[in-house]
Design a protein around this ligand. Sequence first.
Ligand code: NAI
Ligand code: MG
Length: 399
Amino acid sequence: MAKRTIVKMPGDGIGKVVLEETIRVLEAAGFEADYVEGDIGWEFWCKEGNPLPQRTLDLLEEHKIGLFGAITSKPKDEAATELIPELQDKGLVYSSPIVGLRQHFGLDICMRPCRTYKGNPLNFIRRGPNDTIQEPEIDAIIFRQNTEGLYGGVEWSNPSDTVYHALMTHPKFVKNFGKTPREEISVSTRIFTKKATERILRAAFNYANDNGYKSVTLCEKPNVIRETSGMMYKMAQQIQKADFPKIELWNTNIDAQMMWLTKNPENYGVIVAGNMFGDIVSDGFAGLIGGLGFASSAQMNPDSGLAVFEPTHGSAPKYADYDTSIVNPIAMVVSACAMLDFIGEKELAEKIGKATAEVIAEGKVRTYDMMKMTGRPDVIKKGAASTQQMADAIIAKLA
Ligand code: NAI
Ligand code: MG
């Protein structure tokens, strides 16, 4: 197979260290690739007024595969004050480069697997009959629509005449908000398109079909959010009936789902949702399998084949400058395995996945989060493994 070029985007804070350690694991496993570095994140916002420079978009366009650490985001007013003096007063407005990346490349399919690792001390447990302790095995994967909905960025505070008058054509707006002064109103829209909704639904059903899952759970709120969630539910029913009659369609409301996942998470497999509810429910499931140190994600555009793989955690700035890094690299390692899978390196993906599972099951090397410690520099002295030591332990199991 021709050598791949991977666009590595460390970003900010702990994104840098988890990516570096993950590349070390990939190399030790025998993955042969060239890496080019894509600039992204806070540094480039401050220096250039753009956290996602065009040159990074060009690299991704050319090489198609990105491995991404994490970035730091701040509210737009705070962001403006951190620009270098030459860029102040230029009217630059900060927006998240992650959302920018998704929208620019149409990375509308986001997959977030949440699967139990045996022996992980952070696994969800519950009380069973007669006060027994049960540790159900979770095998869920969340398909999140990644470009639309509440994160679509169509929003206003103190809306203009045109927007305000359009809103005033809706009887519920008149009744509920018509007397509120306009400058006291902020509006964030939730726009779903049929095309994108169909794509995420089909991605979920196809995955269920190809991987032996018996059901797909739509996690929205169609009884209240009638237009967007309602459309998604109707389309899910049509797609299931026409093309996936053997797979059951379950319909849960996001609020109830958050409750159910703390009771019987093992009942769920493939879950599909719009952007924000997908974000919420995937964090909920991630909490059951060990939290941010374990939660991986892939986002892709199946038409162009462009895909970016990243842990779901952020840049955790408070841990970024430790002399010895304490954060857990597993979420990034597992994201890299999803990348290997995607580009057809299935054996390598399995090899690294197996090595990671063995380290967790053995329990000799655990980062601070796995030891339920508060993150502080002295966790290393208290027996927690550093980021590097965790990567070393995975590498040692590759042999
Ligand atoms: P965060 O995910 O960076 O950190 C929250 C907490 O989770 C940390 O303080 C730490 O206790 C724990 N944590 C995170 N990653 C860990 C790891 N690998 N190992 C062990 N513990 C880990 O979220 P927070 O603090 O809300 O945001 C920090 C910055 O990251 C913000 O600027 C935010 O905008 C940004 N962010 C970026 C994301 C991305 O790049 N995809 C996603 C979420 C937040
Ligand atoms: Mg999230």
